[in-house]
Design a protein around this ligand. Structure first.
Ligand SMILES: [Zn+2]
Length: 287
C-alpha cells in the first residue's frame, strides 16, 4: 500500500512539475488580470463583459494553460504550445536570438494584436473569445522573468536549485513559489496593495512595444541568473534572503504586466481611451 501511495505521489509531482512549466501560476495570472481590470476604459469593460457573458478576465487568466489538458488541444490549440515564452541565451537579444519556428510569446502577441486592432470600430464582432483569453495570458507570461530565460537551460527548467530546502528549479521558483512565499495574500489583496501607481507612472509603462517589454524581462532574468551564479554553489538553497532581494522585482513585474494588459485591451476595444491617456502623458513630460 505504501509503495502504491509513493508511486501515486511521484506521478502527481511529475504532473504538477510539468504543469508549472508554462507560466506564472494561476495566482500570478489572476493578479495581472485583476490589476488590468482597474485600468480598462468603460467601453472596453462593456465589450469584455458582453464577450464573456459577465465573467471577468481574471476568470480566464489561466485558460491558456488549462487548454493543454482539453480534448481540443490536438485539433484546435496545439499550435499555441510555444507561445508562453521566448528563450534568450546570455548576451542575446530578441533580435539576435535563435527563433523558435513554432512561434513565441513576442511574435504571437505582436501579430495577434495587430490583426485585432484592424477590426475597430466596425468589425469588433470578428474578435473571438479565444483571442482575448490568449492575450490576457500571454501579456502576463511575457513579464514572468524565467519566460525570458536562457535557451541553454530551457528557461531555468534545467537550473537546479532548492527552495527552502526542497529540490526544484529556477523556472518553477518564478512561476509560483516566489509569489506564494513573499506574501500570504489572495490575488485581490495583491492587486489592492500593488496597484497604487499615480496616473503618470501608469502612462509611462504604456510606452514601448511587445519586443521592448519582453527585453525588460530578459534584463530581469539576467539579474536572477547572475545572483544565483554568484552564489557559486551546486544546487543552491534559495530562501528568505532571495525572497527579500527579489520581491521588488516580483511586484514590479506583476503591476507593470497588469497595466500593460489594460493598455493592450483598450487599444483593441477603445483606442481613443489610450490616445487620451497618451496626450495626458505628453503634457506631463513637457511641463
Ligand atoms: Zn503560460
Amino acid at each position: 500500500m505504501k509503495k502504491i501511495f509513493a508511486t501515486f505521489a511521484a506521478c502527481t509531482l511529475l504532473v504538477l512539475n510539468s504543469a508549472v512549466v508554462f507560466g506564472w501560476g494561476p495566482k500570478g495570472h489572476d493578479i495581472v488580470a485583476a490589476i488590468a481590470e482597474k485600468h480598462l476604459s468603460d467601453k472596453t469593460k462593456t465589450a469584455l463583459a458582453e464577450m464573456f457573458d459577465g465573467h471577468s478576465i481574471v476568470y480566464y487568466s489561466s485558460w491558456m494553460d488549462g487548454i493543454q489538458n482539453s480534448p481540443e488541444w490536438t485539433t484546435k490549440y496545439s499550435h499555441t504550445k510555444t507561445w508562453h515564452y521566448a528563450n534568450v541565451d546570455k548576451g542575446e537579444t530578441y533580435q539576435t536570438m535563435k527563433k523558435n519556428d513554432k512561434g513565441d510569446v513576442v511574435t504571437a502577441l505582436t501579430t495577434m494584436t495587430a490583426t485585432l486592432k484592424t477590426y475597430y470600430p466596425d468589425n469588433l464582432y470578428r474578435i473571438s473569445e479565444d483571442d482575448i483569453k490568449m492575450i490576457v495570458h500571454m501579456v502576463g507570461d511575457m513579464h514572468c522573468p524565467m519566460h525570458a530565460g536562457r535557451l541553454s537551460d530551457l528557461g531555468g527548467n534545467k537550473m537546479k536549485v532548492r527552495w527552502f530546502g526542497r529540490n526544484t528549479n529556477l523556472h518553477s521558483v518564478w512561476d509560483s513559489k516566489m509569489i506564494d512565499s513573499a506574501r500570504a495574500w489572495s490575488y485581490s489583496e495583491w492587486c489592492e496593495h500593488l496597484d497604487v501607481l499615480d496616473p503618470e507612472h501608469v502612462q509611462m509603462y504604456w510606452a514601448g512595444n511587445f519586443e521592448e517589454w519582453f527585453m525588460e524581462t530578459v534584463g530581469n532574468a539576467a539579474k536572477i541568473y547572475e545572483y544565483v551564479e554568484n552564489l557559486e554553489e551546486e544546487n543552491p538553497n534559495l530562501s528568505y534572503q532571495f525572497v527579500y532581494d527579489f520581491s521588488p522585482m516580483l511586484e514590479d513585474r506583476l503591476v507593470v504586466a497588469g497595466i500593460r494588459l489594460a493598455y493592450v485591451l483598450n487599444s483593441i476595444f477603445d483606442p481613443e481611451a489610450n490616445v487620451t491617456f497618451a496626450e495626458l502623458a505628453e503634457k506631463f513630460y513637457t511641463e
